[in-house]
Design a protein around this ligand. Sequence first.
Ligand SMILES: [Zn+2]
Length: 747
Amino acid sequence: IRDKETERKDVNTDKIEREEEKIQIGELKSGINLGGLCSKSECLAAQAKSLVWTNIGLKECFTVNSVDCDDKTFLCPNCNNPVKSISHVRFINSEFSIRISNDSNKDESNNNLVAKGNQSKATYLIRPGHSYELQATEIKQRTNVLEELRLRSEKAMDSDEMRKLVNTLKQDGIKVVTPKLKGGDRINEKSKNDYGGNYDRMFDIGRFTILCKNKTKLDTAVQVLQKADTFGMIVSEDKDYFNNQSKTHHRFHNIKLFVPKHEIYIEMQATLEHYTTLKGHSIIENYELSHLYYEVIRAWDTNNTEYKDLKEASDETLTKINDIICEWMSEKNIARMADRYRIHLNDGIVEPLQLKGKTDEDFKQSIPLKLAQFTYNQLSQFKPKTLKGKAIYMILFNYYKTFIIGEDKLANYSDIPTILQDARIKEIEKEDTIILQALETYVPLHATNEPFLEQDNEEGKAFDCHEHVIEFIENKCDTNQVMIIQGKSGSGKSLYGRYLEEKLWERFNKQADTLQQQGHIPVFISLSKFYNKSDLKKNIDNDITIDESQLILQALQSKSKYIHEDIRDKFQFVFILDGFDEVFRLYNKHNDNFTKYFYDRFKLNEWDAKVIVTCRSNALSEENIKQVLIGDNNNTSKLYLLPFSTNQINNYIEKFVNNIRDKSKSNKHKVNWTVGQYDDALKKYPSLYKMVQEPFLLRLILTVLPSLSKNHYIGVNISKAQLYEAFLNQWIDEHVQDISQKLNELK
Ligand SMILES: [Zn+2]
């Protein structure tokens, strides 16, 4: 570091000598710095005859002698050996004085005073043979009276000296902002907290903010400020928080100027235009957030250990937000953080449970509550568009998730779709691997609006089942909320339910990506699983009571613990209630409230939902269907699934063959049947050909047909029972092979 000192007029020139430029070793810091030559001959600092410095901080009175110095206080920063002779003292960012203390003629006058001042940097020689008393104290305003501070600040800011300085900056295209003097009440409150009522440590009453377009302009501005003595002012403190990150200060170059005429310190804060959060000058989105957040947490009693973690996390979060604003966080990391922002986050913020039922009085007394409210409001209302805004949003959201809501609870409703889709995949993988395979070979089903007889040829009146269901879901008619899908066992009702669920999720995700209105969330509910399971209790009469009104919520909650009843009014749903026939007996038995209609008993009107119920044909009487599934609603849609047509069968066989081929690609030795082979084989067994109209059996038949045809003569009648047995045997064979293969791999 090179350093040049300016001449001091207030000091007797006989007693002070100008300092030569020298290389300096050791860190120079605020307060008293002692400089000397290291005498250890091996030390490189000694060989270079460089000054070595040590800092002893602020001192009321510190006696120093050029040779007789305390071994412990002054060690060479390079070799750590005591420095034997001190030749220099440098005061930094303090109010200081230096006196000769061994003069015999001590009196009340200032005769022994060598120097006194408040320059941010001042260096003096320590002459041999003298003892000096050094004093360095923190910079203080010259008055403790608030009104006086305001008056002097006003005058100083309007003084000729200051005007000239400000104009010099402005002429160079640098923006100088004069914030309004703060109101009395505001000062009182702030000072009480910050300074314990001591106004002489208050420097932000008179303040200029200097905003520069770029780093070069900033360096220029700082240089002008550092030469403030040419305008008749004294640079008393010079702290570079712009290039050196500080935990306690914003990213400014801070310079305190003393205006001698008015005996007041004025603070100059220089930074870049796009870092400031100053009202009217900030380009930061929601620039007030960091101030407001600070206001909430500033009054925190630091001795309170109950909220230690929350306080630490809050402080850290504020620091991160400020680091984004002034780019202490790298551009890359800001972009990475911003990338996680999604527009749906705003609408989906879950209100913290702790806020419910709280009064204004509660908020006044609790910082954690105030914080919860503040962050909730910010996250719900702040809709960032810029990178920095989005990054700040995500910092606050992550904090909210962990410290306000809690890791084990839902923080955002927009997480629900992902949570439910993950749960669905787990559910299918765990319980329904057959469904998973069947979905891969799905062939569109056909349906009619009216029941049909097997001998009828219904193909003429038939339509695509899925298209029809989608029309029903998109139909906004309030009275058309329920659709009943009936079909024979094995006609593919459950499979269609899962297929529909998959397609609706695909649609939902597509809409979410294109920022359209949110689509329906499909929820497949296997009634046999949930109707039995839901809150089984036995009352005195040994009758089973089921809380039917909670059935839907419980089914949802069984999919994820994050589901809370508040999601009712957050989404539109499609509930696919599969297999009503399987629970009908239980449902009928459990009729304690004399309501028969399922929609009422399951309280489906509490949801914004379309409901699709699947039911096996002829399992319920017409009368039961009318009372239980249709009720008084004449608008209920009804679909009847048709058996597979020849076209559908062929279509299916093709998909089946392709699917098998894709899966066995890795296994070259396995020889698979072709479509033609399946066709030929099916023709040879008339009883099988009848069964293939049912999608479920078709899959079964195709799976076992190659082995079946080896064991049965052509034309023989094969029964369903034989078919199941063959399927079961083959399934076991394959899986035993799998298992033994895995065991072999382990050996
Ligand atoms: Zn040394």
